[in-house]
Design a binder for this molecule. Structure first.
Ligand SMILES: Cc1ncc(COP(=O)(O)O)c(C=O)c1O
Length: 400
């Protein structure tokens, strides 16, 4: 008998979490509705006790509305398909998901190594919460050659993000996973950039993957959501118990919006990636450009790792421009099709003038006087975006 080919992720994303047919009418809506509830009602005590027994075993079993019913379960399934995970736990934001992963897995007196290129607010989480809990953190260039010297007897985890925030430094996840295994560390990755569609850290050896669904999964800049994924049963059990103990909960409407976003994730990601490369090509030809940070761009130092480990790219890029501080501000203010804002992963283009303080702590950053501008290239016509950038560069140069 011929072996059947596993379905591609593009197909799986259209067929996961669909509504069941109604037992009487044999009909179902195509889109699973937003199932809002705080209270779960049981047909009889046997059904309730069965649910309680499942919950005690750590299964996804619902006795109360906090973890959500069908809509939430469908979204968790989508995250499992994306990340090749056995379980996914939802959080009300990406930062909430990071917090869950770290607080679930670390104990007081443990030490965690954190990649210096990780999303900035992780340092704030450390300053305000981890330190107070007696969890030590140190920030390192996440390269195997630099890590060995940073190990302490109580080091329990390595927390990384690839590519890193702001400058998109590609990390060698398989090598970091091998290092982590050798030293009995947990490898936790922030995979918001890849969102499971173009990068799958769990398949590359990571233990836990965290995604801010706020970005590409939601995809429309209208919801906050996070998810934590794992394959290993012992890790899943710890995440499950801590997720419950800390009262994590997501609104059914946000889960529903994220489900809707996931259906078009492949298309949106492919298009923003294509548009971003067009913008890179344009920027590479501009006299103001000193360097482009975008792993899919052939001149990016992480390009070979990107080619090896990723199946696609997205709309994120940073560019170092030979502009002084005032000209850089004129450039950003002169863009009319880019919103000035901190987020990314939506349908629209965004721009942020990177605070050099925020990258001063990245070992990857080679300090210069240039302005660093981060852009999220959205789904607009790249021709219009390029014209807008060209116009803003002219405005930056031609000031009174
Ligand atoms: C890489 C990365 N991880 C996590 C987050 C946090 O996600 P949220 O804004 O949903 O808390 C962000 C937000 O910008 C991010 O850029």
């Amino acid at each position: 008998m011929a072996e059947s080919t596993p379905l591609r992720l593009d197909t799986v994303l259209q067929h996961t979490g669909v509504a069941e047919f109604h037992p009487l009418t044999g009909a179902a809506p195509v889109a699973l509705p937003s199932l809002r509830t705080s209270t779960v009602r049981f047909k009889n005590l046997d059904a309730l006790e069965k649910a309680q027994a499942g919950k005690a075993k750590g299964e996804r079993s619902v006795t109360y509305g906090r973890v959500g019913m069908d809509t939430h379960a469908a979204l968790e399934q989508v995250f499992c398909e994306l990340e090749s995970a056995q379980r996914a736990f939802l959080a009300s934001s990406g930062l909430g998901a990071i917090t869950l992963a770290l607080l679930a897995m670390l104990d007081s007196k443990d030490h965690v190594l954190i990649a210096d290129c990780a999303y900035g607010p992780v340092r704030y989480l450390d300053k305000v919460v981890l330190g107070r809990m007696g969890i030590e953190a140190s920030y390192v260039r996440a390269r195997v050659d630099a890590l060995e010297a940073q190990l302490r007897p109580n080091t329990r985890a390595l927390y990384v993000e690839s590519p890193g925030s702001l400058l998109f430094e590609m990390l060698d996840i398989p090598a970091l996973a091998e290092f982590a295994r050798r030293h009995k560390l947990l490898l936790i990755t922030d995979n918001t950039w890849g969102s499971g569609y173009i990068y799958r850290p769990l398949d590359l050896g990571a233990d836990i993957s965290v995604v801010a669904g706020t970005k590409y999964v939601g995809g429309h800049s209208d919801l906050m959501l996070g998810a934590v994924m794992a394959k290993d049963p012992a890790i899943i059990r710890r995440l499950n118990d801590n997720h419950y103990a800390m009262g994590y909960s997501v609104s059914a409407d946000d889960a529903w919006l994220a489900m809707r976003g996931a259906r078009t994730l492949p298309l949106r990601m492919r298009q923003t990636a294509e548009n971003a490369l067009r913008v890179c090509e344009f920027l590479a030809g501009c006299k103001e450009t000193a360097r482009i940070y975008h792993p899919a761009w052939p001149a990016d130092p992480g390009h070979a790792l990107w080619q090896r480990d990723c199946t696609g790219s997205n709309g994120m890029l940073s560019v170092e421009l030979k502009l002084g501080p005032a000209a850089a501000r004129r450039f950003v203010d002169g863009l009319t099709l880019f919103g000035i804002g901190f987020s990314w992963g939506g349908f629209e283009s965004l721009v942020q003038l990177v605070d050099r303080q925020a990258i001063a702590c990245h070992g990857y950053w080679q300090a210069s006087d240039h302005a660093v501008v981060r852009m999220h290239i959205g789904l607009e016509s790249p021709d219009d975006l390029i014209a807008d950038i060209k116009n803003a560069l002219d405005l930056a140069a031609n000031h009174g």
